[in-house]
Design a binder for this molecule. Structure first.
Ligand code: SF4
Ligand code: MG
Length: 336
């Protein structure tokens, strides 16, 4: 499978009055053509910062990309001029956000917002762009698109706005779509519809998707591969089955354990991981999960575990993978 995006050793800091936050600390990730990769982890784990680095949307200051490469089609995005980046944003890589109201322009009709990219990037005429905007609205399931194309975002419901944002992001046939918690603000039925729509579009258009979420149910439904982030690092990556049934990282076990299950009573279903995430003003030198990990050993507090291959598709960074580590895997069963 062809890799279209590769993030290598990405480090991002934020300067604040209280000091420097090490938000992303050496992230390595790749995305294959046409696949859906989910990035999961609790808030503050570095998921959104990683995504926004790909789009070069982080405000600088306070954000600063300290180190790393983001290769898109072989070119390092971090080295492109603002003009070259403008070309990529929207036409090659599209992004949809949690709250469409912050990214849709309230003073412009939805149609015009879809048309903008088409006219700019694809040099379509007004009539052609309008036609394509109507097609896109139809594609994302907005009824009477001929009428809706002339309406403003406030005339759309929340779910419709989210669809409109998907239409804008996909209008120029991007190779990659980044969706940052795209359904969190929506009610459950609409959430399911939007995800179904994204899945359908992914099959039709062969767009690769990076889906950022903290909802493991969504991951199981949607993704082929998963990256689990914690404390600014990717702690485990693998195919969906690797992560759901054969996970090797204690943090992933905790995540799985905190997933609500239909066959359990609510009070039994949630076993949140005790403790709090590491202080990223002063990140631990060892494993970021060491303070919360029930299996932590002396070395975990002293040295960062390296990334180890469980299989070609499955990588984990945990000292338990070390040949001399005690075996705890046998005792762990994840039932979904
Ligand atoms: Fe736990 Fe150590 Fe593995 Fe970190 S490296 S997850 S502390 S066992
Ligand atoms: Mg976020």
């Amino acid at each position: 499978m062809k890799t279209i995006l590769e993030i290598k050793d990405l480090h991002v800091n934020f300067k604040t009055y209280a000091g420097e936050v090490h938000a992303v600390r050496g992230v390595n990730l790749y995305l294959n053509k046409g696949e859906a990769l989910a990035i999961v982890g609790e808030s503050g784990s570095g998921k959104s910062v990683t995504a926004q680095s790909i789009m070069r949307l982080l405000p600088s200051p306070p954000a600063e990309i300290k180190q790393g490469e983001i290769l898109f089609d072989g070119k390092d995005i971090l080295k492109l001029s603002e003009k070259e980046m403008f070309q990529i944003r929207g036409s090659e890589i599209g992004m949809i956000f949690q709250d469409p109201m912050t990214s849709l322009n309230p003073t412009m009709t939805v149609g015009k917002q879809i048309m903008e990219g088409l006219k700019w990037h694809q040099k379509l005429s007004n009539t052609e762009a309008r036609q394509r905007a109507i097609e896109m609205l139809r594609l994302v399931g907005i009824p009477t698109p001929e009428k809706r194309v002339n309406q403003y975002p406030h005339e759309f419901s929340g779910g419709m706005r989210q669809r409109a944002m998907i239409a804008i992001a996909l209008a120029c046939n991007p190779k990659i779509l980044i969706a940052d918690e795209p359904t969190t603000a929506l009610d459950v039925t609409i959430q399911a519809q939007i995800l179904e729509l994204m899945k359908e579009l992914q099959h039709k258009t062969e767009t690769a998707i990076i889906l950022i979420t903290h909802d493991l149910g969504v991951v199981a439904e949607f993704a082929q591969r998963v990256a689990v982030m914690y404390g600014g690092k990717v702690v485990e990556t693998g195919k969906v089955d690797d992560i759901f049934y054969r996970s090797r990282h204690p943090y992933t076990w905790g995540l799985m354990g905190s997933m609500p299950r239909l066959d359990l009573k609510q009070e039994d279903a949630l076993t949140p991981i005790p403790g709090s995430p590491p202080d990223l003003f002063d990140p631990p030198k060892g494993c970021p999960f060491a303070d919360r990990c029930p299996h932590a050993m002396h070395i975990c507090h002293e040295e960062m575990p390296e990334v180890m291959n469980v299989s070609d598709s499955h990588q984990v960074s945990c000292w338990l993978e070390h040949p001399q580590a005690p075996s705890v895997h046998e005792g762990v069963r994840v039932n979904l």
